[in-house]
Design a protein around this ligand. Structure first.
Ligand code: KG4
Ligand code: ZN
Length: 340
């Protein structure tokens, strides 16, 4: 079965071809980062228009790359939500149009399920059950994953997401959007122990997070010390975020008794976080899994893959729609079957 995946929930147009026998065949991505940069964040209207411009060309590119045509597709998976309504509609509209014209199913996919399952696109694949640390621009969650579609929320952020905290801190330090890579880069020139920033919720006794106060603490420091302190603040901020994410992930493994940790979402690309979790994994003896680095941030491959798993279970009701707000726990369960 050949599945085309379309990701258009935010500021990346992601397209990929996943074959249930042969695995990921091709993928293409257009990032709108440069277009949104001058506004300091994503402009939804511009995002939607750009997805419309890019997506058809990217589909053509991946098909050409592997010498296949639209007629070879067995299904089209698209991100149904959560995300920007207009941007989601582009993917949903395109997928539905293609599915209608080709008389094949359109498969709606939850964006976070895509992130969550993306580590299964690389070897070694994590086996169920595992704890997932989902850290993106819009979400920070710890989930217990017992199978495809069987997700239990263990804890989440009460305010800003980890990626959002990186983005906002970048902005106040005068760095470009998206802030994660920019703060991480600046942090390599700073001393992470120069300033002791707060570790919000570390002693909360639960698995929830909060990052809004940390960003404010960084701002207060920056206003007091000036631009010369930016690298040290970036490094101290990053260390505080990494500390909290690592400690809470350890607590989640402890609470569930599980021995596998899967890290997904854009912040999962952060090297300081990776180094810290690697050290913790060695110390505590749990197994650690990531998607390939290029699949940490938004992409079409994770949508095609999640769509393949859903298709294998016949979970394609043909309904059309987008769900800008959508909790992962509301998903119908699917067993991890044939598509692998
Ligand atoms: O998963 P993603 O591509 O999109 C969402 O679904 O949100 O995540 C994007 C987020 C942004 O906030 C970005 O600043 C952050 O991931 N990010 C990083 C890094 N690369 C991307 N944060 C920290 N360090 C990085 N290297
Ligand atoms: Zn994402």
């Amino acid at each position: 079965m050949l599945i085309l995946g379309l990701e258009t929930s935010c500021d990346e147009t992601g397209v990929a071809l996943y074959d249930t026998e042969r695995g990921l065949l091709a993928q293409a991505l257009h990032s709108q980062v440069a277009m949104h940069a001058e506004y300091g964040g994503v402009v939804p209207e511009l995002a939607s228009r750009d997805h419309i411009r890019r997506a058809p060309r990217l589909i053509r590119r991946v098909l050409d790359e592997v010498g296949l045509s639209l007629q070879d597709l067995d299904a089209v998976a698209y991100t149904q939500g959560p995300g920007l309504a207009g941007a989601l509609l582009v993917g949903a509209g395109l997928a539905s149009g293609l599915a209608f014209a080709l008389a094949i199913p359109a498969i709606p996919v939850h964006h976070l399920e895509g992130h969550l399952l993306s580590p299964m696109l690389s070897e070694p694949r994590p086996e169920f059950p595992f704890v997932a640390l989902l850290v993106s621009g819009g979400h920070t969650q710890l989930m217990r994953v017992d199978g495809v579609g069987r997700y239990t929320l263990l804890g989440e952020t009460l305010d800003d997401a980890a990626g959002e905290a990186f983005d906002k801190t970048a902005q106040l330090l005068g760095l470009p959007y998206p802030g994660g890579p920019a703060v991480a880069q600046l942090a390599t020139h700073g001393d992470p122990y120069k300033h002791r920033l707060p570790r919000p919720m570390l002693a909360s006794g639960n698995l929830d997070f909060s990052f809004a106060g940390l960003k404010t603490a960084a701002l207060t420091l920056y206003n007091r010390l000036g631009p010369g302190s930016a690298a040290d603040i970036a490094a101290s901020f990053q260390l505080a975020v990494v500390d909290v994410l690592a400690e809470k992930a350890l607590a989640a493994l402890d609470a569930t008794g599980l021995e596998r940790l899967v890290v997904a979402g854009g912040v999962g690309a952060n090297q300081a976080l990776r180094a810290r979790l690697k050290a913790e994994a060695q110390r505590h003896g749990f197994a650690l899994f990531y998607p390939p680095l290029a699949l940490c941030t938004d992409n079409g491959a994770m949508i095609a893959y999640a769509g393949a798993l859903r298709l294998a279970e016949g979970l394609t009701d043909g309904s059309f729609g987008v769900r800008p707000r959508w909790d992962l726990e509301e998903l119908a369960p699917v067993s991890a079957a044939a598509a692998t």
